[in-house]
Design a binder for this molecule. Sequence first.
Ligand SMILES: [Zn+2]
Length: 152
Amino acid sequence: MKGTYTIVVRCKDASYSRFGSLGKARLEKGHYLYTGSALGQGAVSLENRIERHLRRQKRLWWHIDYLTSHPQCKVTGAVYVVSDNRLECKVNGSVSKELKVSPVLFKIGASDCNCDGHLLGPARRLSEYALMRRLESVYAKFGMPRSYVVNV
Ligand SMILES: [Zn+2]
């Protein structure tokens, strides 16, 4: 499958995280939202990309890898839409506006686009359930939203 996704990462306590060459950012307790797209097949397919985000042990390749392998944080779910189009910047913009969340650090996940960053948060006022429903409603503007929750 090809598509655009947002992963939800729950951080259980305030801490700091390094983000490679971008430096260090303070993390608050709450949920962070990272939006990307995977428009290839096989190893670079949507399902493999999301699966990679779920794995804690990995070579730290993308900026987001520092968060998904952070001891205080864990991926708890994903919302995605199957599409051949690169929708990540539009989706990221809508998520930011609708959920009132801002980039954690300038340019995370956005080194090849004009966005300020594709890692947004923290979202603190919504439960995980409500957050997933809100993300689905954002995704409904772009296609048929699909989601799954990771067993914690
Ligand atoms: Zn972008």
